[in-house]
Design a protein around this ligand. Structure first.
Ligand SMILES: [Zn+2]
Ligand SMILES: [Zn+2]
Length: 123
């Protein structure tokens, strides 16, 4: 499967018995069928997000993408309790894509996130 953002190959990465996909180049993370919600509650799952957040931010701007699994358009979403995290979700198969650095942020909500939300415009 190719990365929906940079078109590089994605590798399977296993964490706590769950396999997700990580892009070779931009290190974006792909979670099929909303596995990110389960992994958010799993300890140490943030280690799968080993990309450079600066690279992730450049790809964050690219948000008109098609699902690499079922080719449906992906919808731009925000994390309900962390408005500064923008991700993409498939309208058909509920798979989601996080840019490098976003998943790490997603699993750990702290004071910095609360402050960042105050300054993030509505999507
Ligand atoms: Zn990529
Ligand atoms: Zn899909």
């Amino acid at each position: 499967m190719d990365c929906p953002k940079c078109r590089s190959e994605m590798d399977g990465v296993e964490v706590h018995g769950v396999t997700i996909k990580r892009c070779h180049q931009c290190k974006g993370l792909w979670f099929d069928r909303a596995k990110h919600e389960y992994l958010r509650k799993v300890k140490d799952s943030r280690s799968i997000d080993d990309g450079d957040p600066a690279v992730g931010r450049t790809y964050n701007a690219k948000d008109q993408i098609l699902c690499p699994d079922c080719s449906a358009p992906m919808i731009r979403m925000v994390v309900p309790d962390q408005h500064h995290i923008w991700y993409e979700s498939c309208s058909k198969c509920f798979s989601v894509f996080f840019d490098a650095g976003e998943f790490k942020d997603y699993v750990r909500k702290d004071l910095v996130d609360i402050i960042q939300d105050l300054f993030t415009p509505e999507r």
